[in-house]
Design a protein around this ligand. Structure first.
Ligand code: PLP
Length: 449
């Protein structure tokens, strides 16, 4: 029986990423407020927010400094665009700060409202750059199976998940997907992690050669795949991939929408994964999700090409009304200030051994095949048979069941790709709360058995 609020909800809302039929039966969980890592529903029941919202509320809930930063900016100047030469202090300060923090040399920053728009922009900039460089055929973009890069027509095409393509008539032309670096599932019998990484780099090279290197513009990768089930590539994977990209002059786009700002214990996931992208997309923890904002950080060579092209055309014809929105930018500036002042990334590093140990212990549970993790993010894969790694029949929806039991236990987690339950708590989670999270998850796993 739906409550009044739930009934009004299902009468009016289309919920993103939701089974549109079953939500009409069950109604949504309606949340009302939050503090720290806890959120409360409309009946006052508390839940430990083990997914930081959608991998984004890094500083947790109820952070008054972020609220004040937004209110102050709203009173001062709630909006000005930055088209055609206008600007404002928060956008300038934020761009400067991002350049300073970047793990690779960055020349300029372009602001978006989301991660999808950031990756969409990345694709357009690569095309624009290659037109400027006089190589109009070099336009294909290679992504990976199980990658998640967003939902606009371009970024959903880059996403390597069937659910984002089926019946949306995607992917668009010019996008290819290479092998996913999931050692547990995709390694051949007896293959070492090193050999697996070598094979994947060879797969990439074979794809580039088959397509024609003169047609391949860019490769895009998340340092650790998030929505694809938290896939942590082998240690030597990126160095091997990067050697192939260099050989064929393929631009490397790093998607740090989840891994940016401390998730892996470093400012950027690239640093933790020996990844050296040419450009970087960020969003989510950039503002700790208190405001929607994303950014694309590009190298000098790309900027120079853009300069040439916009001079030729008389204009750089891309931008969102809310690119560099002053309130979002002011909140992001404050977020980055808090990360630094409170040593949030160092404190994440101190929490990793405990998080890691609790994940490792889950591998003893009869339902858990692999508890893959890096930093403060994990994907717990449920299997029907631990020895053979045999998967459950998807119809059983085991991970979804487990997530529902978590909710009963007052813990919010997510079920993403197939049978993985993902964990991505706010970075400010305390050691006691980490234990609480895993205790509740273990009880939910026991109920799922
Ligand atoms: N890229 C990655 C790695 C993501 O995880 C996401 C969202 O989860 C996106 C891009 C898309 O971001 P948004 O949902 O803000 O459009």
């Amino acid at each position: 029986m739906l409550t009044n609020l739930q009934a009004r909800d299902v009468e009016t809302l289309i919920h993103p990423y939701t089974n549109l039929a079953s939500i009409r039966e069950t109604g949504p969980l309606i949340l009302e407020r939050g503090k720290g890592v806890w959120v409360h529903d409309v009946d006052g029941k508390p839940y430990l927010e083990g997914m930081a919202g959608l991998w984004c509320t890094a500083l947790g809930y109820g952070n008054d400094e972020l609220v004040d930063a937004a209110a102050t900016q709203m009173r001062k100047l709630p909006f000005t665009h930055i088209f055609g030469g206008k600007s404002h202090d928060p956008a300038i300060e934020l761009a400067e700060k991002l350049k300073e923090m970047a793990p690779v040399p960055i020349s300029k920053v372009f602001f978006t409202n989301s991660g999808s728009e950031a990756n969409d922009t990345q694709m357009k900039l690569v095309w624009y750059m290659n037109n400027a460089l006089g190589r109009p055929k070099k336009k294909k973009i290679i992504s990976r199976m199980r990658a998640y890069h967003g939902v606009t027509i371009a970024s959903a095409s880059l996403t390597g998940l069937a659910g984002n393509h089926n019946d949306f008539d995607l992917p668009i032309a010019g996008v290819r997907h290479t092998s996913c670096p999931h050692y547990y599932r995709l390694a051949e019998a007896g293959e070492s992690e090193e050999d697996f990484a070598t094979r994947l780099a060879a797969d990439l090279e074979a794809l580039i050669i088959a397509e024609g290197p003169e047609t391949v513009a860019a490769f895009i990768a998340e340092p650790v795949m998030g929505a694809g089930g938290v896939i942590v590539p082998p240690k030597t994977y990126y160095p091997k991939i990067q050697a192939v990209l260099k050989k064929y002059d393929v631009f490397f786009i790093g998607d740090e929408v989840i891994t940016g700002f401390g998730r892996l214990g470093t400012a950027f996931g690239s640093e933790a994964m020996e990844m050296q992208p040419d450009s970087i997309s960020v969003a989510k923890a950039l503002s700790s999700a208190y405001q929607p904002i994303g950014a694309v950080m590009i190298p000098e060579m790309m900027y120079e090409a853009m300069l040439t092209e916009s001079t030729k055309l008389g204009n750089f014809g891309h931008g969102y009304t809310y690119s560099g929105h002053p309130v979002a930018a002011a909140v992001a500036v404050k977020t980055l200030e808090i990360y630094e002042r409170e040593s949030i990334f160092e404190r994440v590093r101190a929490k990793i051994p405990q998080f890691d140990a609790r994940c490792a212990a889950l591998e003893d549970h009869p339902l858990v095949g692999e508890a893959r993790r890096k930093g403060l993010v994990a994907g717990i894969e449920l299997v029907a048979d631990k020895k053979t790694k045999h998967q459950f029949d998807p119809k059983l929806a085991m991970a979804a069941k487990c997530v529902a039991f978590c909710q009963q236990e007052g813990l919010i987690l997510r079920n993403v790709f197939s049978d993985a339950v993902t964990i991505c708590p706010p970075l400010v989670i305390s050691p006691a709360e980490i234990d609480e999270l895993f205790d509740r998850l273990t009880r939910a796993l026991d109920k799922t058995l």
